[in-house]
Structures are given as structure tokens and as C-alpha cells.
Ligand binder design. Structure first.
Ligand code: ZN
Length: 363
């Protein structure tokens, strides 16, 4: 499409603004002015800023507005504040026309080097997102029986580089029952017997005990099995606040099979008791409040995106679409950047702010 820009009371082609003397003069006259030019790809007009390098003036989209532009607009960008999934170089995550997800993951995450593949943490986030566990809908059952079923189903639609579905390599234990106490042990044993590279296990964390050389991890629904972690991974098991809950994904030593299993690599996602991802206690409090008011929501996941990639803390799921919500406070990380982004986005749609300093969380 031809990008057209509204500036100084008239519409001009973006190319004319950049490539002609008259266009550059027009941009220079509006440089630093309060009224911003607007991209006309959308009826509502998307504000852009004028930037300069040396004597050349150009247009840049405002932070966080990339996905307000139409998909065929040159200023469209997938800087999604609802997910960090777009951080990967092309080829790492591919959607096939059949609805399958093709992933570049290494045979062992313990040897993962440069970022041309997904990390184990990225894979954990992908499973949570594909199983829609980071989404909460009113009246939804959030038991491990339901959650584990959704994780297993999601894994069936994700393919690894060897062409196998991830479900072949991943054990998600069932909810423990006294009627079949060793059922999960048998499933895990079968996976480890296969001798596939990098067998994976995902389960809720029950507890851990640190020793001088290694840390012993206990997982729910797998009583009696001790998972031994290299000391380097133990720090990950300190929750940001209590009482948070957590899901761990483990890469186990292939071929081993006993009540003592060695962990090669681990990633942890902190949640609340409903398995909603919650990096800290403030997010958990807001999630609880949203559930009380029956407000459907989604918690964005970072995947392997850099910490500087600003994400919303929640997406409030309304009838007309998802609205971003940010948690801020005097000591709360990134509050200034979040407020600045919220100010920009509010020109186009409603944005909620939850202030952790307020006695009752307000929007
Ligand atoms: Zn545009």
C-alpha cells in the first residue's frame, strides 16, 4: 500500500515527505511540534513522531503502536505488548497451514548456545500460551486434571526438528489418585526408556531442599521421585514472594530410570493457585481481583524477549477485543515506561492502570 501521512492540515505520500526537498521542508517545520503527524492507513489516524539524523527528517512510529497500523502499512510492526513470541528470529517458530507449530529447539537445552533456537523457558511459555493456561475465563475449572489435559493436547500440535510431535518427548503427569498411585511413575518410566534425546517433564513444584552439592526437587503428582538439580539451577527455585506456586519444566537425563533422576536443565514459571502466570505478588493480587469481578483476562508471557521489550501485565478480554492493563506503583518496576505507553495507547482505545500503592487496587 502507499503510505499516506496527514501533516499540516493535508495528506501527503510518505515517500514524497522523505524523498523531496519540499517534503523534507514540511517535516522540518513540524519537527518538535506538539501536534503529531498521523498515518492514514487506519480511519482513526495513527500518530507518528518526526525524527532527524543530521539534516534528514523521517517518520517513526511511537513505541508500542506498531500493531495499531494496518497489516500492509510499512509502519506495521509486531511489537506486541500481549506476548514476547515475536522476539525470535525467523524460522525458530513457524505456523504451518495445517495449524501445527514447527519449533527449532536443540536436542538438549543444556547445550543451547546462541539465540537461533528456543530456550527451555521459551518452550514452557509456548506450552502455557498454546494451552491457553495464561487465559482466565469465568466459570473455568482450573484443576490440575484440566490443566494437564490442556498441556498434553497443546504438545500434540507442536513439532520438533526431528519431525516428531513434542508430546513424544514430554511427560505431563495426571492428577495423582490413590486408586492408581504408580500410574504417573509408569508414564515417566516409559518416556525415559525410549532413550530419546532430552526427555521433558512438566509438573507443579511441591518443594525443594538445598544440599551442598545439589538441590533435591519434589514435584506434585509424582510422590517418591527425587529430582536432582545442578547447583547452578537452584536459585531459580526461590519464589519472588510467598505463597506463590510454580510450574517447572525439566530436561531429564535420558536413559536413567529410578526414584533418583538427574535434571540436565530446568525452567520455572511462577503462578498463583489457579495456575495463572504471576511473576510477583502484585500481579497475583490484581489477578485475584479480576477473577472476583468475573473479568476474563490473559497474562502476557515474555518467552525469550529481552527485558527491555515492554509487555502489558494483563490483557482484559472484552467483547470487542483485548485491552491492555498495566500494574504500576512508586517502587514497581518499569512504572514510568508503562505509564508513558498507556498515555499513547489511550488515544486509540481504553487502557487500565492498576496502582499497587492504592489501598484498594484502582483502575
Ligand atoms: Zn500506518
Amino acid at each position: 500500500m502507499v503510505q499516506r501521512i496527514f501533516i499540516g492540515g493535508a495528506a501527503h505520500e510518505a515517500k514524497w515527505l522523505l524523498d523531496t526537498r519540499a517534503g523534507q521542508d514540511l517535516l522540518s517545520r513540524h519537527y518538535g511540534q506538539e501536534a503529531l503527524p498521523q498515518c492514514l492507513c487506519s480511519d482513526r489516524g495513527i500518530e507518528m513522531s518526526i525524527r532527524r539524523t543530521n539534516n534528514f527528517f523521517f517518520l517513526a512510529r511511537l513505541a508500542g503502536t506498531g500493531n495499531l497500523h494496518e497489516h500492509d502499512c510499512p509502519s506495521y510492526g509486531q511489537e506486541n505488548y500481549f506476548s514476547g513470541l515475536s522476539c525470535y528470529p525467523s524460522g525458530v517458530v513457524q505456523e504451518t497451514p495445517e495449524g501445527r507449530t514447527l519449533l527449532q529447539i536443540p536436542p538438549s537445552f543444556a547445550t543451547l548456545g546462541a539465540m537461533n533456537a528456543m530456550s527451555l523457558r521459551g518452550l514452557l511459555h509456548l506450552l502455557i500460551a498454546e494451552a491457553a493456561i495464561n487465559q482466565w475465563l469465568p466459570d473455568e475449572e482450573r484443576t490440575w486434571a484440566r490443566i494437564s489435559h490442556r498441556l498434553r493436547s497443546a504438545a500434540m500440535f507442536i513439532d520438533t526438528p526431528d519431525g516428531q510431535p513434542l508430546s513424544e518427548r514430554l511427560c505431563v503427569p495426571d492428577a495423582y489418585t490413590r486408586d492408581a498411585p504408580s500410574q504417573n511413575h509408569e508414564t515417566l518410566k516409559a518416556l525415559l526408556c525410549h532413550n530419546l534425546p532430552g526427555p521433558l517433564l512438566i509438573a507443579p513444584i511441591k518443594g525443594c531442599e538445598s544440599g551442598p552439592k545439589a538441590t533435591r526437587l519434589m514435584l506434585k503428582h509424582l510422590p517418591g521421585i527425587r529430582f536432582w538439580l545442578p547447583a547452578a539451577h537452584a536459585a531459580q527455585l526461590t519464589p519472588p514472594a510467598t505463597p506463590l506456586f510454580g510450574l517447572a519444566i525439566l530436561e531429564l537425563q535420558s536413559g536413567s530410570q529410578s526414584a533418583n533422576l538427574n535434571v540436565r536443565h530446568m525452567a520455572v514459571l511462577w503462578t498463583d493457585r489457579c495456575y495463572t502466570p504471576c511473576p510477583d505478588e502484585a500481579i497475583a493480587r490484581v489477578a485475584e481481583q479480576l477473577r472476583k469481578t468475573q473479568q476474563a483476562f490473559l497474562t502476557p508471557l515474555r518467552f525469550d524477549a529481552n527485558e527491555s521489550h515492554l509487555l502489558a501485565d494483563f490483557a482484559l478480554l472484552r467483547d470487542h477485543g483485548a485491552e491492555p492493563a498495566f500494574v504500576v506503583g512508586s517502587d514497581y518496576p518499569d512504572s514510568r515506561a508503562k505509564k508513558a505507553l498507556a498515555t499513547v495507547l489511550r488515544r486509540y482505545f481504553p487502557v487500565s492502570i492498576f496502582d499497587v500503592d492504592a489501598t484498594a487496587l484502582s483502575t
